[in-house]
Design a protein around this ligand. Structure first.
Ligand SMILES: [Zn+2]
Length: 318
């Protein structure tokens, strides 16, 4: 009980602090963000100090939370499979959490997309023996300097060990630890590299950053994301997800279909309101002042993206 409470508070603090950084990022001169005070450095630093919680789901699948994006883990005789790598700075705590699940070595890593909070740990996991599999666009973005305007940050090309050795374009099926794992690329949504990972036997799906449960999502227009793409991906998730399926979002608590429905309605409703106001000739500042997301701001706006950030992301795409 206490553990859960503590980790919840830590996560909120992490999200709140990065939100502050995000807000500052919109106001401050670009040169400030080449140093250690930028959103990216702050997120890495804060996550390294965060608590990691392990939540057992079913069919031997667990999820690690608190080290960046949610990490799914399937242990077994073929070695551990991880879905996403979290922040590199969280290595000691992730290692500890992984040992608490089983003594199997780390052998396989799948990245749900290229973003740093899901791939920062690629290099150390590879050094421990993980072969990395991802969408071809994840490899492409990690292989060269890639800028994210929404974070006002240019990521340097990743070291060789962090680059996925295996890639696919549309779909792939992986058979490991007596489980079948189906991977599929979304049309560009949050980025152009998003995939879902479906543990078909346990009926658990990791839907990458197409779904942020309880937090306004970030939409990375710099590498192919858009609000319309996010809505399309969410509709695709809803077409696939059943009432019994467990849904692991990229960020936020493990969810079910009803929470995904709420999220879809939030995306669609915000898009409609922002689009209507933009068509009336309103500026972004005027639309933010009109508070089109007022009903959810208290719950959803305290994370990585403030209401203003989220409205800005939607405004850009309508
Ligand atoms: Zn992401």
């Amino acid at each position: 009980m206490n553990n859960k409470l503590d980790s919840g508070i830590s996560r909120r603090r992490f999200l709140a602090s990065t939100s502050v950084a995000a807000t500052i990022g919109l106001l401050a001169p670009r040169h400030l963000f080449a140093d250690d005070n930028g959103l990216v450095a702050t997120a890495r630093r804060t996550a390294a100090a965060a608590n990691i919680t392990v939540q057992k789901l079913r069919g031997n699948v667990s999820v690690l939370m608190g080290a960046g994006g949610n990490i799914a883990v399937l242990p077994g005789p073929d070695g551990k499979l991880l879905i996403d790598a979290g922040f590199a700075g969280a290595r000691p705590k992730i290692s500890q959490a992984l040992v608490s699940i089983s003594s199997d070595p780390i052998k396989h890593l799948i990245n749900t997309h290229w973003h740093f909070d899901h791939t920062d740990g690629n290099e150390w996991l590879h050094s421990e023996g993980a072969e990395i599999l991802a969408h071809v666009n994840t490899k492409s973005h990690l292989s060269k300097d890639t800028r994210v305007e929404g974070w006002n940050f240019t990521f340097k090309a990743s070291p060789a060990g962090a680059i996925p050795a295996k890639v696919f374009e549309t779909e792939q099926t992986v058979r490991l630890n007596a489980a079948t794992i189906a991977l599929k690329h979304y049309a560009p949504a949050h980025t152009d590299s998003d995939i879902y990972v479906h543990f078909t036997d346990a009926d658990i799906i990791h839907v990458a950053d197409t779904f942020w449960n309880g937090y306004y999502p970030f939409i990375d227009y710099s590498t192919g994301g858009s609000i319309d793409g996010m809505i399309r991906a969410t509709e695709a998730n809803l077409a696939k997800v059943t009432d019994k399926m467990i849904v692991i979002p990229g960020h936020g608590a493990v969810a079910n279909k009803s929470q995904l429905v709420f999220y879809r309605d939030l995306l669609v409703g915000t898009r409609e309101k922002v689009s209507a106001l933009k068509k009336q000739g309103k500026s972004l500042d005027e639309i933010v002042a009109a508070k089109p997301t007022a009903a959810t701001d208290a719950d959803w706006g305290k994370g990585f993206r403030s209401p203003k950030d989220f409205i800005g992301d939607v405004f850009q795409g309508v």
